[in-house]
Design a protein around this ligand. Structure first.
Ligand code: NOJ
Ligand code: CA
Length: 709
């Protein structure tokens, strides 16, 4: 792997720079294309700072770096540069599954070793490494092994991003417990995260500061696009960014715990996650950026061919619609869930219902079936303080025959996707994991959807603090031992760890489709996904669960609907990336609409290449993806509440090949609210010289399958 490393080491002995004035930047390093420059120095008080320029303009001005501890003096001033080196690296790699096969990983690293100048404590050392790519910058702190300092209790990290423009910003509040908020679009100077508090009605939420969660994306007057996030979040707290609206400054604010004065506890040596800045001239390039995955370590699991990307159906949407329920109607008797004859008859996960999904999936080129509500405990899953011990993840309800269902599925070439709702009772889940994953292995199940609804138990912990980061990561590492891939809901944010642990296949971590079924505010507005594509999706795969055909579902809930057209629901299979992609609606709604269903049947889930054909943050986006194995292409485009016409150029297709194109687009009278089901489907031949004008309705979209002739 290191064979490709270009050895270019510049060892600078910079002891002489002690007490350098802030003028006179000492260290600088460039991206391979020279567009991005990072400068680093310590000021006259020994405070480390960095500056980022893009195409000769400063975009992150003098921004200080430092750490504060509960068990030691802060490390943010009185530092000198002891040593620095600059290297270029080229370390390309392949995704086992993903948006693309080959990932280019090329950049320049600038590593600085800082030392305390004159401290009463032993002179402590701190390293800061920048990696500068053509698509952005990542940097992190490293605490090397050192005498007299073995444990860091981090009170807070003081990382700044001092911005130079009042950007148009797409943000959600820095909630310590959930990311399921609608995005706001405001100027940076107008961010008001606390304005979310009164309108938030979630099972858990805590917004302590005027801070935002990441990725947070910004667009400048001259078209500069920035997105701030983090990579490789391991054994550390999630970072929110506190907003100084006066000075246009973002400052790290780590998620804490009510149980400790510190926010992170680590033994030395250790590294923090990477703090990342994606930099692009346009919105599509943000999506094409590989910065976040590149900053993670290579695959530690080795062969992961036991998991294959798949589309799936399942017992899910019907519960969110209120048609059926997760629980069966059991009672706890002498500490055991017991069928006391009070079954209410609405239980969704029955053997018969699941067989129906298996049959439908087998007929329609869909490999998985998710079954939620199959195990005992759902009578007490939310709304109770004492949620430990409620679920055991191995005991099915009486009307669900696990043996029968799994062997039936197997005979039809379908795989059951396991569901583990933990209700955030972390100790029960931790204790049960081996047993639960072993059961899956016994039944040949290779994917689990997990859930963490509710306030974390133990009390005082938050979903995004160090305690939970470790819970999520350790669950995935343990699951891998049993050849199980994990799709967590109410998760910690994605930070590219899927490169290191490819079995972290997907996650929620945003307002998903479920909000359209029941949210009191009317669900996700049409602009939601054109924002998500350039914010949340930059972090990694999303289990959004698209494909609702019965968009108004008045027979279930009169006051709710999906706020897109049917054509947009199809487009989402291409626009949103995930190696598990749900066809979320009920079987009968698909069977009533075989023509649009054909797209879900045909569409790929694993890509050799992805190209973002157009896009503006919050307005629209079109993505083309080439399926691995077949070389067929699929295109999806979506718009917000505005109708638009796109000219699509098919020059990404292989030359001299004719493709049979099936185009699913909004009908002439389509509109997300007034006429969402109006869809037009046509078949034509296309090749790499073709161009097409496609009209998208308000809240609409289009999907195209391009099958090689
Ligand atoms: C919340 C998840 O996001 C949803 O998909 C799931 O159905 C429920 N929790 C129950 O686990
Ligand atoms: Ca959720």
């Amino acid at each position: 792997m290191k064979a490709s490393l270009i050895a270019f080491v510049l060892c600078l002995c910079l002891l002489s720079c002690k007490n350098t004035k802030t003028e006179g930047i000492i260290l600088e390093a460039y991206s391979p294309d020279k567009n991005i420059k990072v400068d680093f120095n310590v000021d006259t008080e020994g405070k480390p700072f960095y500056v980022v320029s893009y195409k000769n303009e400063i975009i992150v001005d003098t921004s200080y770096l430092g750490m504060e501890f509960t068990n030691a003096n802060a490390l943010k001033s009185g530092l000198v540069i002891e040593e620095a080196n600059i290297q270029t690296f080229k370390d390309d790699w392949e995704m086992p599954w993903g948006e693309k096969l080959k990932v280019e990983n090329q950049g320049t690293s600038l590593k600085i070793r800082l030392k305390e100048n004159d401290s009463i404590e032993a002179q402590r050392k701190l390293e800061i490494t920048f990696k500068i790519y053509n698509d952005g910058v990542g940097f992190r702190y490293h605490f090397p092994e050192q005498n007299n300092w073995t444990e860091a209790l981090i009170k807070d990290e003081h990382t700044e991003f001092n911005l130079t423009e009042d950007y148009k910003t797409f943000w959600i509040p820095g909630d310590w417990d959930i990311y399921e908020h609608l995005y706001s679009t405001t100027k940076l100077s107008e961010i008001d995260a606390k304005s979310y508090i009164p309108k938030t009605n979630l099972a858990q939420t805590y917004i302590p500061e005027n801070a935002v969660n990441t990725p947070v994306t910004m667009v400048g007057m001259n078209g500069l696009h920035l997105s701030f996030h983090e990579a490789a979040l391991v054994d550390y707290s999630g970072m929110t960014l506190k907003v100084d609206t006066m000075n246009l400054n973002l400052k790290s604010n780590l998620v804490g715990s009510e149980n400790t004065a510190y926010k992170v506890k680590r033994s030395l040596p250790f590294s923090t996650p990477w703090r990342t800045i994606q930099i692009a001239d346009n919105a599509p390039d943000l999506i094409e950026s590989d910065l976040i995955v590149n900053l993670n370590e290579p695959n530690k699991l080795g062969d992961v061919s036991w998991f294959t990307p798949m589309k799936y159906t399942g017992v899910w949407w019907e519960m969110h619609l209120g048609k059926s329920s997760w629980d069966y109607g059991m009672e706890m008797v002498d500490g055991k869930w017991t069928d006391t004859g009070k079954a209410h008859g609405k239980h969704g996960a029955t053997t018969e219902n699941v067989k129906n999904f298996i049959d439908f999936s087998a007929r329609n080129n869909i490999k998985g079936v998710l079954v939620e509500g199959w195990n005992t405990g759902w009578e007490r899953w939310i709304g109770f303080e004492d949620r430990e011990g409620v679920f055991d993840f191995v005991t099915p309800y009486p009307d669900y025959d696990l043996d029968e269902v799994t062997s039936y599925a197997k005979a039809k070439g379908v795989e059951i996707i396991m569901h583990h709702e933990t209700s955030a009772a972390t100790q029960t889940y931790e204790k049960q994991q081996d047993t639960a994953y072993a059961l899956m292995q016994q039944y040949g199940m290779h994917a689990v959807k997990s859930g963490y609804v509710g306030k974390i138990i133990p009390k005082g912990e938050y979903h995004h603090g160090q305690y939970m980061v470790n819970q999520y990561n350790n669950a995935a590492i343990k699951a891998a031992e049993y050849e199980v891939a994990v799709n967590a809901h109410e998760p910690i944010k994605a930070t590219g760890l899927r490169r290191t642990y490819p079995n972290i296949i997907s996650r929620e971590g945003l307002r998903g489709q479920e909000f359209n079924a029941w949210a009191g505010d009317g669900g996700n507005p049409p602009e939601h996904l054109p924002i998500v594509a350039f914010t949340r999706m930059l972090a990694g795969p999303i289990d959004f669960t698209p494909g609702i055909f019965n968009i108004k579902f008045d027979e279930y809930r009169k006051d709710n609907q999906v706020n897109t057209t049917l054509a947009q629901q199809l487009a989402l299979y291409v626009v949103i990336y995930s190696p598990v992609q749900m066809a979320a609606d009920l079987v009968k709604h698909y069977e009533a609409n075989p023509e649009p269903l054909q797209f879900i049947k045909d569409v790929g889930v694993d890509w050799e290449e992805s190209k973002v054909l157009n896009g503006e943050v919050g307005d629209y986006v079109t993505i083309a993806r080439k399926e691995r194995g077949t070389g067929n292409w699929f295109v999806g485009g979506i718009t917000d509440e505005n109708s638009r016409t796109f000219e699509i150029n098919f020059d990404f297709l292989e030359t001299d090949v004719t493709y049979e194109a099936k185009i699913y687009k909004d009908g002439d009278n389509a509109h997300w609210n007034n006429n969402p089901l109006d869809i037009s489907i046509e078949k034509i031949d296309l090749n790499s010289t073709s161009k097409l004008n496609i009209d998208l309705a308000e809240g609409g979209g289009f999907a195209i399958s391009l099958i090689k002739r």
